[in-house]
Design a protein. Structure first.
Length: 206
């Protein structure tokens, strides 16, 4: 995976070449990612669906993250990012079913990783039950849902915890229920502004 080739960009999003994924994260080149947030509606309430990253992941194992996301390879278009959804969570979605929310540039630096992403962000209005998700065990170990309003209030600092419900697959391959309160340490540490912006974009599209 570290040898995958990605397109790289300057600070103004102008393409400047191609580099390996390892070099991109080591030298801090801007690169493109695909992100898709699932939102469902139950009894007049909107829920946001998140994946729980596999414990096998090199980065942020066992943390809650975007429903489905991944890097766009040098040979891929934004539309090709749709493959991530099928690969990671087993749901067939066509690109024309997605709502484009925008492009978010953000940078996360920790230890030897400099992750500077040009994120193409999409919304999918899902009518799938959590049981419909088939997880790629190397990437994803569970799925949870959170009331969208509660998720927003959590990230703007009104509440220190938020209720998550769903399931995870344990080391024996068995499905185990998740029903608990989560804190910020349970989520991939995107900056607060990122979460706040994405949720506002979602609200604007609903």
């Amino acid at each position: 995976m570290e040898s995958e080739l990605l397109k790289i960009f300057d600070d103004k999003r102008n393409p400047i070449g191609v580099a390996s994924r390892e070099e991109v994260h080591k030298k801090g080149f801007w690169h493109e990612t695909f992100q898709c947030w699932f939102v469902s509606k139950e009894e007049e309430k909107e829920y946001i669906l998140l994946q729980k990253r596999s414990g096998q992941k090199k980065d942020y194992p066992n943390l809650l993250d975007i429903t489905s996301a991944g890097h766009l390879l040098a040979t891929e278009t934004v539309q090709d990012g749709i493959r991530e959804i099928k690969e990671e969570i087993g749901i067939d979605v066509s690109f024309n079913e997605l709502f484009s929310l925008g492009i978010f540039d953000y940078c996360v630096t920790r230890e030897e990783l400099i992750d500077k992403e040009i994120a193409h962000v999409f919304l999918y209005k899902s009518n799938h039950a959590l049981d419909d998700f088939v997880l790629q065990k190397e990437e994803v170990s569970g799925m949870v849902k959170i009331e969208l309003e509660a998720f927003y209030e959590f990230w703007i600092g009104r509440n220190e915890h938020v209720s998550i419900k769903g399931f995870e697959i344990d080391k024996d391959g068995k499905k185990v229920e998740i029903n608990r309160m989560a804190c910020k340490e349970d989520f991939v540490p995107h900056e607060n502004l990122y979460y706040e912006t994405i949720i506002r974009w979602i609200y604007n599209e609903l």
